[in-house]
Design a protein around this ligand. Structure first.
Ligand SMILES: C[S@@+](CC[C@H](N)C(=O)[O-])C[C@H]1O[C@@H](n2cnc3c(N)ncnc32)[C@H](O)[C@@H]1O
Length: 389
């Protein structure tokens, strides 16, 4: 693992649509040579930066460390080129590993096949040099390997994160459609919300957007609640350095007065949100009420609304969904003068029934669903200006 003693390239994977905010996060954190790709941002840093990136990045799903790449023309080629990597530098034969493959190649018509070929190559290498073989453990391996195969090109990476970084560790109660924590954090960052403004999630469900906003406002790292990362099992793991980075990050936590409100129409779901807010230890800045968005009276100062209403993917009747979006628009017009309102939905037809002209439209993916995240600027005093003229 000598290549990790100097600066090296890393790739932070993300959700489509969040690449720009992730690169801004990386810049702020001190990354070098930042480059934006599709659902990923690459950068340069040292091992301490790798620890920091895993702990602090709100919009990264995983941090990979690519360390080998080559061309293949068939499956045997993959086997022999994986076998020639010095895997004994990474793990011992009494340890375990797991391989995750992302494949887009005519060479393989089944994405499991390259994973099996690579596994055989690693196991056979150990058998030949050592007589023993490491185990495959997909749950809690000592080394996580990532293969990215595009056409004939193979990139071999170490997965430094392990479980996806959206698994923050604060949420155990979910409603029917919780938003991914990374997406929630991304929406907050995309909205441009500043922590001195009130923030309202008018349909907050289990409270993910509220919690991610609170963490962001008070500099609480998203990895604060998490117990482990894959890099902590690496041979070169430097626990002293990790503790130093963890402590210095925690020292930057603020105690700002922030006003974050959640409305949720279902009493049961609101209770789950309250529990999650408590688990995330942000109850002093987040207030979740059992109330409809339409009935809620927002603070009378310029703020931001971020909303993830139902999309009508389930049993909801299309007419009900249209009526709901129409009432979102009516409520914004009547109560949210001066606010910036952002709504995310995959239901483009329903979004049109909000009846306001969006000033921005950003495409993001919520799981497999292509969504629009639309901004509506509810300008204060437009009517007054007319009167003055
Ligand atoms: C897609 S979910 C939001 C998920 C949320 N972002 C999360 O991470 O859990 C939509 C939520 O809006 C709530 N809802 C529907 N109509 C509402 C209304 N008029 N006012 C407030 N909440 C409403 C539903 O009960 C549901 O929990």
């Amino acid at each position: 693992m000598e290549f990790l003693n100097k600066e090296f390239k890393m790739v932070a994977k993300t959700i489509y649509g969040l690449e720009e905010v992730l690169s801004a996060e990386l810049l702020k954190l001190g990354a070098k040579n930042i480059e934006i790709h599709n659902r990923a941002v690459s950068f340069i840093g040292d091992i301490g930066f790798l620890y920091k990136a895993n702990l602090c990045l709100r919009t990264a799903m995983k941090i990979l460390v690519p360390f080998d790449s080559f061309q293949i023309s068939n499956a045997e080629d993959l086997y022999s080129k994986i076998k020639r990597i010095k895997w004994e530098d990474f793990i011992s034969s009494n340890q375990s590993f797991a391989i995750n493959s992302v494949v887009s190649s005519d060479i393989f018509n089944h994405s499991n096949f390259p994973t099996l070929k690579a596994k055989d190559a690693i196991v056979d290498r150990f058998r030949e040099i050592d007589g023993n073989r490491p185990d495959v453990d997909t749950d809690d391996p000592d080394l996580r390997i990532n293969l990215h195969i595009t056409g004939q090109e193979v990139i071999v990476s170490l997965d430094s994160s392990g479980d996806s970084l959206h698994k923050r560790g604060y949420r155990d109660k979910t409603n029917l459609a919780p938003i991914n924590e990374v997406l929630a954090a991304g929406l907050v960052l995309l909205s441009g919300w500043e922590y001195h403004q009130p923030l309202i999630d008018g349909m907050c469900g289990s409270g993910t957007i509220l919690i991610e906003a609170a963490l962001h406002a008070n500099n609480i790292p998203p990895g604060y609640y998490r117990n482990s990362y894959a890099f902590q099992k690496w041979k070169n793991y430097d626990e002293t350095l990790w503790n130093l980075i963890y402590e210095s990050t925690l020292n930057k936590i603020k105690d700002r007065e922030v006003a974050i409100y959640g409305c949720e129409i279902s009493r049961n779901v609101q209770r789950k949100a309250v529990e999650n807010v408590h688990l995330a230890k942000v109850e002093d800045v987040v207030d979740v009420k059992t109330i409809s968005f339409q009935e809620f009276d927002p603070p009378k100062r310029r703020g931001v609304v971020i909303m993830n209403p139902p999309y009508g993917e389930r049993m909801d009747k299309e007419d009900d969904i249209i009526a709901l979006y129409k009432s979102i628009g009516d409520t914004l017009k009547s109560k949210y003068d001066g606010y910036d309102a952002w709504v995310i939905s995959s239901n483009i037809n329903a979004l049109k029934h909000i009846g306001l002209r969006p000033s921005r439209k950003i495409t993001v993916f919520n799981g497999p669903l292509e969504c629009k995240f639309m901004k509506f600027e509810m300008y204060r005093g437009t009517k007054k200006i007319h009167k003055l003229v």
